[in-house]
Design a protein around this ligand. Structure first.
Ligand code: PHE
Length: 468
């Protein structure tokens, strides 16, 4: 990152580097691991459509808002919000967005490191050739045995966390940019190879139908919340990451087209991952709704049958781990930039302290896959389920809602128009309607519809506990 005069942390040397970094943040486990498994859990077709609608009508306008606020403030999200609220003569309560983002990033990273650890482990086992001509039973039991062993999970979680802290502590380096430039296209090529395998696996028609045949009878109000949360999660929205990265965007870059490019890239990767995985599920009689293990049970089957599969498998899981690390780095940026600004703290020291705390919280997630799998925080959510639900389905959408309202309704019109390069006119009105009305109201409606009953249930549970 070339140092500029505008943001004290540096500036992206071009619009293209911002696209790379933002895509590096967006493309991660959310696309390759999470999207397929929650699509499977939510019945496929209709879920995918709702998710795409959320990306287009909520994700894109909110990402524009976030990047634009970041570029206007040119500091960490907390300071940016304080600065812009003061300037626009609004309440400083708006900095809540920044604080909640820091917390959300912390929670997400705690479990993200555990799952990324699984990918690290799979570099090793696919490479050793243990999946040569493997049966679905072998792939399933290999994964389950791994999950049952907390020490192994902790080992790989620790390796991933240490690598993240190390990179973050050093500051975003040239090396990372170069790596994103090479690894992202490579990941994409490997996804296409996997897709090629899936097309010939005998389950492609079924996999395709599963993803794209609209089955609206399976849609519940909660489907909307999960799809919305996924749109936020996969695009790295609602917690200040894009705001923090937006702070380093040069003034002359066009935010609208940049954001659309990033969202498209991210969506293409997610949909390709789904299309690679579901045919394997059906060709092998596996369970589409089996949950978080989906990718780790299906893809090794493909690598076990492809020529040079062990090599492909290893390279694939290296790339997935790399995609995860560029996302993990971005999860820490809002907190890190704040602490460095506020206390003039050393990046390295802050990174280590935050990382250790986050690692400790991650132990809860590790144990939810074995010893504590039946320890429920609320309802049927164990520790991992709860942290995931809270961050993805509550904190990110709430953050996004507030960001959109702030960008469109609290910032002076002149700032908005300067940032987005919109002259007063049709496009500006369109942006105001989609970004300022459709997106926030959409989030609000989904919230009221799905979370209200959840709260009601909690209150009833509390009341009945008190009564007994
Ligand atoms: N978008 C990342 C992924 O899909 C996760 C992430 C969420 C990163 C929020 C930063 C902020 O894996």
């Amino acid at each position: 990152m070339a140092l500029g005069s505008d943001s004290r942390h540096g500036m992206w040397s071009s619009r293209w580097l911002f696209v790379l970094a933002a895509a590096g943040s967006a493309v991660g486990l959310g696309n390759i691991w999470k999207f397929p498994y929650i699509t499977g859990e939510n019945g496929g077709g209709a879920f995918v459509l709702i998710y795409l609608v959320c990306v287009a009508l909520v994700g894109i306008p909110i990402m524009m808002s976030e990047v634009m606020i970041g570029r206007q403030g040119r500091s960490s999200p907390i300071h940016t919000m304080r600065k812009l609220a003061d300037k626009a003569k609004r309440s400083r309560k708006w900095t809540f967005i920044g604080w909640m983002g820091v917390l959300a990033g912390f929670i997400i990273l705690s479990y993200y490191a555990v799952i990324a650890g699984w990918a690290l482990k799979y570099i090793w086992i696919t490479g050793s050739g243990s999946f040569q001509q493997a049966t679905p039973e072998l792939a399933t039991s290999t994964f389950n045995d791994f999950l049952a062993d907390p020490w192994q999970l902790i080992f790989f979680q620790t390796v991933f966390m240490a690598a993240t802290i190390w990179i973050v502590g050093k500051g975003v380096s040239k090396g990372l940019e170069t790596a994103i430039r090479w690894f992202m296209p490579l990941l994409f090529i490997l996804l296409i190879v996997l897709l090629g395998y899936s097309i010939n696996s005998g389950g492609f028609a079924q996999g395709w139908a599963f993803m794209f045949d609209l089955k609206f009878d399976q849609v519940t109000p909660e489907t909307w919340l999960i799809a919305l949360g996924q749109a936020f999660f996969t695009l790295s929205l609602g917690m200040g990451t894009m705001m923090a990265y937006g702070a380093y965007v040069p003034d002359n870059a066009n935010i609208g087209s940049t954001v659309v490019t990033i969202a498209l890239l991210d969506t293409v990767v997610a949909v390709s991952a789904g299309l690679a995985i579901f045919p394997i599920v059906f060709a092998n009689g596996l369970e589409a709704g089996q949950g978080p293990g989906l990718m780790f049970v299906t893809l090794p089957l493909a690598f076990g049958q492809l020529p040079l599969g062990a090599v492909f498998g290893t390279v694939f899981f290296v790339l997935v781990s790399f995609a995860a690390i560029t996302s993990a780095i971005s999860l820490t940026e809002p907190a890190l930039a704040y602490l460095v600004e506020e206390y003039n703290a050393k990046r390295k020291r802050v990174a280590i302290s935050l990382g250790v705390m986050c690692w400790a919280l991650g132990l809860g997630t590790v144990l939810s896959f074995n010893i504590w799998s039946e320890f429920y925080v609320v309802g049927d959510l164990n520790i991992f389920g709860f942290l995931d639900y809270l961050s993805q389905n509550v904190m990110l959408p709430l953050g996004g809602l507030l960001i959109a309202v702030f960008a469109v309704w609290a910032l002076p019109a002149a700032v908005r128009e300067k940032q987005l390069g919109l002259r007063p006119g049709v496009v500006s009105i369109f942006w105001k309607i989609v970004g300022g009305i459709v997106a926030p109201l959409g989030v609000l409606a989904v919230f009221v519809y799905t979370l209200l009953p959840v709260f009601q249930r909690l209150v009833e549970m509390g009341a009945s506990m008190l009564a007994s």
